[in-house]
Ligand binder design. Sequence first.
Ligand SMILES: [Zn+2]
Length: 164
Amino acid sequence: MRCPFCGVNDDKVIDSREVDAGGSIRRRRQCKKCGKRFTTYEHVEQTTRLMVIKRSGDRVPYDREKVLDGLQKACYKRPVSAEQLAAVVDAIDEDLFRLGVKEVESVDIGKRCIERLKRLDHVAFLRFASVYMRIENVDDLLEEMQDFRENAPPPVPPDQGNLF
Ligand SMILES: [Zn+2]
């Protein structure tokens, strides 16, 4: 970044922090030539901002924190690490941005979460699926469950001794 004081393009970043709830990064820089400090901001270019179409038809900017929050709730007290969840959200981010679309339905994001949770933890997967997909997608959910059963290891047979 060219120094606004002496015009030399040789600086070092001395501090970086997220501002605007992660929407921007603020960097403090110091010119190596004259030693003066200046600030730059890094934003996502507006044209690349992905919009999410909610069930209500409202559009809101895509927010990976919301996706992460939903996944964390589904994984409450389950053996899924924060790193695993961050990796899931990273992968979903990447998928969505690689699609190159400007809008995506929230249900589509939900399905991507379900697809990945299924490989991590079956309880979290079912919790997420039942909360997220709701009744309108019950067929999808049944299909997912069927799919899961087919791919899951056989369940431990319940102890039937107390039934009779
Ligand atoms: Zn300078």
